[in-house]
Design a protein around this ligand. Structure first.
Ligand SMILES: [Zn+2]
Length: 536
C-alpha cells in the first residue's frame, strides 16, 4: 500500500497498491481498490511512496561464481601488507584447522607503503604465517600472474630452499635462498596443486556440502541486491542435479534459468532428461545451451573482422568451430532448446548470426541469444530483429571497458558498433541486461546507472547517445530478460496472475537526478510473495 508502483504493464503503467495471494499477484490498483482484499490475516507493507518494481532479473551471470568469489578474501581494497595480514588472521579465527584460506586481488603497487622487510617489493611470509599457523593460505595477485603462500601452504606443497624453479616460473627467495612465500607465473602451480589435491580428496558429501554453501551465499548476495531471477550462463548436468534437489527441498532461494554447458556428445546422450520448465514452483528452468565462439576484449581474445588497433598482428581468436556450433544448433532444434552463444567481436557476432540464420531457416520465434553482442558491424545490427535474435548485453561492461576500448579498436569501430543499445533498440531488437558477475559486481543498480548514463569511473561518458532511457533500462532488467527466457507471461511486470516477484527501492530510479541513482538502496526483495530480504 501507499507505494509508487512501476508495473511495466502496458495498460496500467503505474499503481499505488497491489495484493498478493500465495505466490501470485492478485490485483493491482489504487489503495482503495486494494483495501477490499484485506482480511484479518493479511500482512500489510505500507511503503510511504517508495518505488516498487518487478524483481530484477540478471540476464547473464555465473551463479556459483558469485558464491565462490564471496568465499575468498577480497584483497583489492587493502592499503598495506599489514592490512592483508590482519584479514588473514581474522579469517583464520573463523576457519577450521587444515582448511585453506583463499584470497584474491592484492597488488603491491596499490599499497600506501612498501612492505618491510621485502624482496623485490614483495612481502615475506613470516608475519602472515604467524597469524595462520594451522591453515594453508593462497592469495592470488590482481593480475593472476603471481601469488602469496604461507608456511603451511609451502609445507603441504613440499616447497623448500632446495626446490628448483619450474620452467616459466620463479620461487621468489631471500638472500639465503629461502622461499619468501611469493611465486611467479608457473611456480604458482606448486602451491595450487596442493590446493587442488585437497579439493580432490573431499568425499562426495563434502563436495556437495561445499557447493550448497556456495549456492546459498550466491543467493543471499542476489537477494540483497534486489535480484529475484538470474540467467546462469553455463552449468553442468551435475550442477543442475543439485539445483533440482535444492528446488525440491525449497532451499533454492532465487529463480534460475540455466544455460547448459556440456559437450555436444554428452548433450545428445542426456539433454532430453534435462529440459525443465518452471520446475519446483518456478524455481528452475533449463532450456538453453551455452557456447563461446570467441574470447574477451581485454586480452585480445575477441574475434574481429579487422586487426586490433593496438595489436595489428591479431584479429582475436575463434574458440569454438562453426561445425561444433552447427551441431549444437541442431541438438537445440531437436530438443526444443534455445542456443546462447557468447560473441564479443564483430566477426564472432557475424558468424553466430550466420549460423543461427541457416539453422533456424526462417523461424524467427526461437529466441536464440547472443551473449554480450558487444561489438557489431553496422550491417549486422538490423539482423538481430530481422532474425528474432535476442541481444543479452551487459550495461556495466560498457563503462568498465570504456576507458580502453578506443585504444583497442580505434574510434571508427567504437562509434559504429561498440555497445550500441540505441541502434539495436531503434531496429526493434529485444535487449536483455545483466552483469556477467562475478566478472562485474552483480548489483543491478550499478548496471542500471551504467546503462542510462554510460558514465565511466573517470567521470566521462562513453558515446552517451547510445544510452537507454530510464524506462528502457528498467525493462531490459525485468520484462525483456523475462522475454529472453520465454517467461514474459510469468514474470517481468506486476500484473494479476503473474508471480509476485517484487523489489522495493529507496529512491525512484525512473526520475531522480543522475547523482542520486547510485545512492539508491534495496529495501525489500520479495519472491513468490515471500519477503526474502529486508534492509535493516
Ligand atoms: Zn559470462
Amino acid at each position: 500500500m501507499n507505494a509508487r508502483i512501476a508495473t511495466l504493464a502496458q495498460d496500467q503503467p503505474y499503481a499505488q497498491a497491489l495484493a498478493v495471494s500465495g505466490d501470485r499477484i492478485l490485483a493491482v490498483g489504487s489503495n482503495e481498490e486494494i483495501e477490499k482484499y484485506l482480511t484479518k490475516d493479511t500482512e500489510v507493507l505500507s511503503l510511504d511512496g517508495k518505488l516498487v518494481i518487478p524483481g530484477f532479473i540478471d540476464g547473464h551471470a555465473h551463479f556459483t561464481g558469485i558464491g565462490r568469489s564471496l568465499q575468498q578474501l577480497d584483497l583489492t581494497g587493502a592499503d598495506t601488507w599489514e592490512d592483508i595480514v590482519r584479514l588473514a588472521g581474522e579469517a583464520a579465527a573463523e576457519t577450521n584447522p587444515g582448511e585453506w584460506i583463499l584470497g584474491r586481488g592484492w597488488h603491491q603497487a596499490k599499497w600506501e607503503k612498501p612492505p618491510d622487510p621485502a624482496v623485490e617489493g614483495l612481502p615475506l611470509h613470516t608475519e602472515l604465517s604467524k597469524v595462520t599457523p594451522d591453515n594453508p593460505v593462497f592469495f592470488a595477485h590482481a593480475s593472476g600472474h603471481s601469488c602469496l603462500a604461507n608456511a603451511k601452504a609451502m609445507e603441504l606443497a613440499g616447497v623448500t630452499k632446495s626446490t628448483p624453479n619450474p620452467e616459466g616460473g620463479e620461487i621468489v627467495r631471500d638472500k639465503n635462498g629461502a622461499p619468501i612465500g611469493a611465486f611467479r607465473e608457473t611456480a604458482q602451480g606448486l602451491v595450487r596443486s596442493s590446493l587442488n589435491q585437497a579439493l580432490a580428496s573431499r568425499t562426495p558429501e563434502q563436495v556437495e556440502a561445499d557447493l550448497r554453501k556456495t549456492i546459498e551465499l550466491a543467493a543471499e548476495e542476489c537477494l540483497s541486491k534486489g535480484i529475484t531471477s538470474l540467467h546462469d550462463a553455463g552449468a553442468s548436468f551435475s550442477l543442475v542435479d543439485l539445483f533440482k534437489k535444492m528446488a525440491d527441498e525449497g532451499s533454492l532461494k532465487i529463480r534460475l534459468n540455466v544455460m547448459l554447458s556440456e559437450s555436444n556428445s554428452k548433450l545428445e546422450e542426456r539433454v532430453a532428461d534435462y529440459r525443465l520448465i518452471g520446475y519446483g514452483g518456478n524455481k528452475l528452468t533449463v532450456r538453453s545451451i551455452k557456447r563461446l565462439i570467441d574470447g574477451a576484449l581485454g586480452s585480445h581474445g575477441a574475434w574481429f573482422l579487422e586487426p586490433y588497433s593496438d595489436l595489428p598482428s591479431t584479429r582475436g581468436l575463434q574458440t569454438c568451430s562453426n561445425d561444433v556450433l552447427e551441431k549444437t544448433a541442431q541438438i537445440a532444434i531437436d530438443n526444443d532448446l534455445q542456443v546462447s552463444v557468447h560473441a564479443i567481436g564483430d566477426r564472432a557476432n557475424r558468424e553466430v548470426l550466420d549460423i543461427y540464420q541457416k539453422a533456424l531457416d526462417g523461424n524467427n520465434n526461437a529466441r536464440w541469444r547472443i551473449e554480450h553482442a558487444q561489438h557489431l558491424a553496422e550491417s549486422d545490427i538490423p539482423r538481430f530483429s530481422e532474425l528474432g535474435i535476442m541481444a543479452a548485453m551487459q550495461g556495466i561492461h560498457c563503462t568498465s571497458d570504456g576507458p580502453w576500448v578506443i585504444d583497442k579498436l580505434g574510434e571508427e569501430r567504437a562509434v559504429e558498433g561498440a555497445y550500441v543499445w540505441r541502434k539495436l533498440l531503434d531496429n526493434g531488437t529485444v535487449i536483455g541486461n545483466g552483469t556477467d558477475a562475478p566478472v562485474e559486481n552483480v548489483d543491478p543498480l550499478k548496471c542500471y546507472f551504467a546503462t542510462v548514463t554510460r558514465r565511466m569511473n573517470n567521470g566521462e561518458q562513453f558515446y552517451p547517445e547510445q544510452a537507454m532511457t530510464r524506462q528502457e533500462a528498467l525493462e531490459s532488467y525485468t520484462i525483456k530478460n523475462a522475454y529472453l527466457a520465454f517467461e514474459e507471461t510469468e514474470k517481468g511486470s506486476l500484473e494479476p496472475g503473474k508471480l509476485a516477484d517484487i523489489t522495493v527501492l529507496s529512491k525512484d530510479i525512473l526520475t531522480v537526478p543522475e547523482e542520486e541513482l547510485l545512492k539508491t538502496e534495496v529495501l525489500y526483495t520479495i519472491i513468490g510473495g515471500e519477503i526474502l530480504y529486508e534492509k535493516d
